[in-house]
Design a protein around this ligand. Structure first.
Ligand SMILES: Cc1cc2nc3c(=O)[nH]c(=O)nc-3n(C[C@H](O)[C@H](O)[C@H](O)COP(=O)(O)OP(=O)(O)OC[C@H]3O[C@@H](n4cnc5c(N)ncnc54)[C@H](O)[C@@H]3O)c2cc1C
Length: 437
């Protein structure tokens, strides 16, 4: 069977990698000149590849760690202690240990205990199914009370969901905090990095795919997947038509929806329910450390960015890489703002927080943005998760919206690729058997 995979992000490349292990032939098509999608990197002025977006590997990301092992990248992966903090009224507070929670002065002692209780309850909750039907707001209010919700969770949720979170299920905060809590060894958070970023995983898999006889076509934007008589086997690129026995679209749902004008209205309506948040994320290379925290969350709603993520430079210990992300709803005007204006607005806020930061200490300021980053779920989100098998024979959809209730991390992306590869090969066997009969 010849399988066409559209989309050369981590999911599409992992799919091609796992499918090329089987007897099937794979062709991967990516619209950009390089593979990687959200996991791609770019060459900095210092001649080093820097991740476009911050990417960490947590100790429990076993599928991704195993993949690094298989790709002989384990020596490039190192774990370090990391600290999370909170900036409140311009002052940063660590929030890592029980003692940190008890000393968190922006809240009175009674509410600090409630915040701590929230963490303990989240850690103990194993059955997430009931959380799918409760809003994140209701659950956090129940666990920690009104003051904790107002001072701590409201700014975090507003920043994460660009202010609209009333329909977001409690599974979101459960997944997020549980994964952070699981990443603690003893009292300390451990965070891992690949020396040259996640693009090392992408490049190594691409190399193996080609060695196994697979084909990778970059600069190949798919314009349409033709659907005829309930089947999809042909796709159209700017260079012409291509035919496959099976096609997997490994891309966000709105992008997939645009490729299938021949799909019926019922399926198109199902796809149109899918919502995503975008991201604007300037990356700075500094000649000094900034805060000493891995991640600093802000509570000030007037800040253009919601957090500060600081990681070591891949090669130069004297440099620091800093990411200043902002989540954006599709209709948010910031997405169309020119890079220079973003730079001005972001730097004003950064200098308020770090008045001693000198312009000469900012070696680079690069603005990255992507329209479809985080899938957003509504209450009863499980009900709306799209199946991998579309209603059309030979056509499959694979994206991170299907990993619910887990977070769309690289680890869950690779796990999903394994599952989709198994689904496609299994169904092709069934389909061939039916055709022969
Ligand atoms: C800011 C940020 C921080 C993150 N941090 C972490 C982290 O710390 N740890 C972690 O584990 N994960 C992290 N992730 C998540 C991780 O990056 C994603 O899970 C993963 O990259 C998703 O890959 P994907 O292939 O599903 O999607 P994408 O990367 O979006 O790939 C889709 C690909 O499809 C291509 N495409 C779309 N339409 C077409 C077309 N018509 N024809 C051809 N090609 C097309 C696109 O160009 C793109 O390359 C982070 C993500 C972001 C954005």
């Amino acid at each position: 069977m010849h399988i066409g995979i559209i989309g050369g992000g981590l999911l599409g490349v992992s799919l091609a990698y796992y499918l090329s292990e089987t007897e099937h032939q794979v062709t991967l098509l990516e619209q950009n000149s390089t593979l990687g999608g959200l996991s791609s990197s770019r060459m900095s002025t210092s001649g080093v590849n820097i991740n476009n977006y911050y990417h960490a590997i947590l100790p429990q990301d076993q599928t991704l760690i195993d993949l690094c092992d298989r790709l002989c990248l384990k020596d490039d992966l190192s774990f370090q202690k990391a600290e999370i903090g909170f900036i409140h009224n311009g002052i940063s507070f660590p929030l890592n240990t029980i003692w940190d929670f008890l000393s968190f002065t922006p809240l009175p002692l009674r509410d600090r205990l409630r915040l701590l209780n929230t963490m303990v309850r989240i850690r103990r909750t194993r059955n997430w199914l009931s959380l799918d039907q409760i809003s994140v707001e209701d659950w956090l209010l129940e666990l920690g009370g009104e003051q904790v919700f107002k001072r701590i969770w409201t700014p975090l949720l507003e920043a994460q969901f660009d202010y609209v979170y009333d329909e977001v299920p409690a599974t979101y905060i459960w997944s997020w905090l549980r994964s952070l809590l699981q990443a603690h060894t003893g009292n300390r958070l451990q965070v891992g990095y690949l020396r040259h970023g996640h693009s090392m995983v992408i490049e190594s898999m691409a190399h193996v795919i080609e060695q196994r006889g697979g084909t990778i076509l970059t600069n190949s934007r798919v314009r349409e997947i033709e659907i005829r008589e309930g089947r999809a086997q042909q796709l159209r690129t700017y260079d012409g038509m291509m035919e496959f026995d099976a096609i997997i679209a490994a891309m966000p749902t709105p992008a997939f929806s645009r490729l299938i004008p021949g799909a019926d209205q019922v399926y198109r309506d199902q796809l149109s329910k899918s919502r995503y948040l975008g991201l604007i994320c300037p990356t700075l290379v500094l000649t000094r450390p900034l805060s000493g925290y891995w991640m600093l969350r802000q509570t000030d709603p007037s800040s253009p960015f919601s957090s500060i993520v600081e990681i070591p430079h891949p090669t130069d210990p004297n440099l620091t890489v800093v990411y200043l992300p902002k989540s954006t709803a599709p209709e948010n005007d910031w997405m169309g703002v020119p890079d220079e204006d973003i730079r001005d607005a972001w730097l004003i806020r950064l200098r308020q927080l770090f008045p001693d930061l000198k312009p000469s200490e900012i070696q680079e300021f690069i603005v990255n943005r992507s329209r479809y980053v985080d899938p957003v779920y509504s209450l009863n989100g499980m009900r709306d998760v799209l199946p991998v098998q579309t209603p059309y024979t030979g056509l499959y959809l694979a994206n991170t919206s299907q990993v619910y209730p887990h977070l769309p991390t690289s680890d869950s992306t690779v796990r999903h690729a394994q599952l989709v590869a198994r689904t496609v090969t299994k169904q092709s066997v069934t389909h061939q058997a039916v055709t022969v009969a």
